[in-house]
Ligand binder design. Structure first.
Ligand SMILES: [Zn+2]
Length: 429
């Protein structure tokens, strides 16, 4: 009995030290990372898991591209969410390729475009259109070309022989596959005629975006509201031009890159981006930071792990993929489509409440605080916030060494049941 009586002040002291430690750690977190904490709190929390497959680089191509697009469409159509909606793959559309014959005739002194409107590409365009009408494809902007034409010409005529030789070979092959261009040239929205890059003239950017809108209007009957910056390099003037010509949403990897260094590498990001944040002209951002590139070894199990993480964070899962996974030799194409089928099936069996939608529709949900797909209850928001903090790379060290990570984990676990509980109000997405 006397031991217990003496133990009480000791326990009280220990408790005070522990509380003071966590209080100090929380204060340090708020002082050092206050803006990030607030941004993660403001970021919408979804009450249902959302999965969108985002693919880029589709455009002019041989008949085989049309065939694989139709195979993908069939695969998507066979997988339905509980509302009966098929899985959706967005198509980042590149409007044109170089008209190599015309450019050669002009001594490569000027750029000439061969657009997706050309009869040769009618099968690809028809496959895209049919998929859109079936609700399995949604087209997005990915540049009138996947390069800035003046930069391509400048590099072609540059003194540096190896660069211009590689470009000449690319052109002689028909210039069909933008994937084969040197990465700096694939950055359409910055001038990589020489390195380090410099910003483009905003007037020229505005003109290019208007031309792209006009072409997409002719191709699909409307200019898509979603833009995917090529290689994720863009700046405010690109956003202003997009906003002026109908873009409302920009797909990002969670960062904005604005240029390339002397070696052609991306410069450090100019800003961090979270779902639902606003840019120039009222556009909003979505974050695509998970990957499904079968050519690089990504498998259904990787997607399942990403889905689990995004569910706990109350964030949508936007899966990045590219045309190049689906246009190789037949065995590789078949394997990529089969892995897509397995991925979607696994995701749906893991989360029967999974919701398939387009990125444009997701943006509508992110814009609307009253959307039934968004958590309104503070418990659900708090649980998701705790998980976001634990998963934020910049906070990892502080959370781990202070012990706050364990505390947040326990708190998220206790509150966790409320996240993604099937809400009676959560209707079709
Ligand atoms: Zn691309």
């Amino acid at each position: 009995m006397p031991d217990a009586v003496h133990g009480l002040p000791v326990m009280g002291f220990a408790l005070t030290v522990i509380l003071a430690w966590f209080g100090f750690a929380a204060l340090a977190l708020a002082v050092l990372h206050g803006r990030a904490l607030a941004a993660m709190w403001r970021e919408p929390v979804l009450v249902r898991p959302v999965l969108i497959v985002e693919s880029d680089d589709w455009g002019p191509g041989p008949r085989g591209d049309a065939a694989v697009l139709r195979e993908i469409a069939e695969t998507l159509s066979a997988v339905r969410d509980r509302d009966g909606r098929p899985a959706v793959m967005t198509l980042g559309v590149v409007g044109g390729i170089p008209d190599v014959d015309a450019m050669r005739a002009a001594g490569f002194a000027k750029h000439v475009r061969c657009s997706l409107l050309a009869p040769d590409f009618a099968p690809v365009l028809a496959a895209m259109g049919d998929g859109c009408r079936a609700g399995v494809f949604a087209v997005q902007r990915h540049g009138l070309e996947h390069y800035w034409p003046a930069a391509l010409l400048a590099r072609l005529h540059a003194e540096n022989g190896s660069n211009s030789e590689a470009l000449r070979r690319w052109l002689e092959d028909g210039g069909l596959r933008s994937e084969a261009l040197p990465p700096p040239l694939q950055s359409r929205w910055v001038d990589c005629a020489s390195l380090p890059s410099v910003p483009l003239d905003p007037v020229a950017v505005d003109h290019a975006v208007r031309e792209e809108s006009d072409l997409l209007q002719q191709l699909f009957g409307c200019a898509p509201e979603v833009a995917v910056p090529n290689t994720f390099v863009w700046n405010d003037s690109t956003e202003r031009a997009w906003a002026a010509h109908g873009v409302r949403t920009v797909v990002t990897p969670g960062w904005r890159y604005e240029g390339r260094d002397a070696a052609g590498r991306l410069l450090p990001p100019a800003r961090r981006i979270r779902n639902g944040e606003s840019g120039q002209g009222g556009i909003i951002y979505v974050v695509r930071d998970a990957y499904f590139e079968p050519l690089r070894g990504h498998r259904a199990e990787d997607v399942a792990a990403a889905l689990a993480r995004k569910c706990a964070e109350g964030r949508p899962l936007l899966l990045e993929t590219h045309r190049e996974n689906f246009i190789g030799p037949q065995p590789a194409r078949a394997a990529a489509v089969a892995e897509l089928r397995r991925t979607l099936g696994m995701a749906l069996s893991m989360r029967p409440d999974l919701c398939f939608t387009t990125t444009a529709e997701l943006a509508t949900i992110l814009r609307d605080p009253a959307s039934p797909l968004r958590a309104q209850r503070w418990k659900a928001r708090l649980a998701a916030w705790f998980v976001r903090l634990r998963n934020e790379p910049d906070l990892t060290r502080l959370l781990k060494y202070s012990g706050l990570a364990a505390l947040l984990g326990a708190a998220a676990y206790l509150l966790g049941d409320v996240t993604y509980r099937r809400s009676a109000r959560a209707g079709r997405c």
